[in-house]
Write a protein that binds this ligand. Structure first.
Ligand code: ADP
Length: 162
């Protein structure tokens, strides 16, 4: 059984994240999407809202399950008995950040292997932070995130302005 984890903030989940999830699910026997809660970060969506969106978006993928995590990802993976950690890369900037992160994770837990999956060219400009910025100016984000995320993001900014 080849089991892998795909950790991230997913604030909110984008078509780029979903593409990685779909492709990884095609390679591994099981894929656990780990929605991270980091108290140092400020999120638009709560960890439960982020996990709920991914659960709904991946409901048809039999190999995919979703969980939340508020401890170090490598410690979480050790507890789950998962050795493969998937991260997506959009370009060199992502790669240098992801490479450093993987070195740190290796130092913390040498048993974990980080595997990088390159983005699909269609999604390489998609970034949760830019999508939120665009939406905060009422920009059109359909085509970047699935429809249920479009609605959820719109509702957040509507609630903010009321
Ligand atoms: P984090 O805050 O942990 O970086 P993100 O939600 O921003 O969480 O990203 C989770 C993972 O998904 C990261 O490995 C990131 O590089 C990858 N990712 C994000 N957007 C894309 C995309 N458009 N294509 C491929 N990978 C992506």
């Amino acid at each position: 059984m080849l089991k892998a984890a795909f950790p991230g903030s997913f604030d909110p989940p984008t078509l780029g994240h979903l593409d990685i999830i779909q492709r990884a699910a095609g390679i591994f026997d099981e894929l656990l999407v780990v929605v991270a809660e980091n108290r140092q970060k400020k999120y638009l969506f709560s960890v439960d809202e982020r996990a709920d969106m991914i659960r709904r978006l991946t409901a048809d993928y039999a190999k995919v399950s979703v969980t939340v995590c508020d401890i170090l990802v490598v410690d979480f993976l050790r507890k789950q008995g998962i050795k493969l950690l998937i991260r997506g890369v959009r370009g060199m900037e992502d790669f240098s950040h992801e490479f450093e992160l993987s070195m740190m994770n290796k130092a913390l837990n040498p048993g974990i292997e980080t595997l990088f999956m390159t983005t699909d060219p269609e999604y390489f400009v998609l970034r949760s932070s830019s999508i939120k910025e665009l939406a905060s100016f009422q920009g059109n984000i359909s085509g970047m995130v699935p429809p249920l995320v479009v609605e959820a993001v719109k509702a957040k900014y509507r609630a903010d302005t009321n």
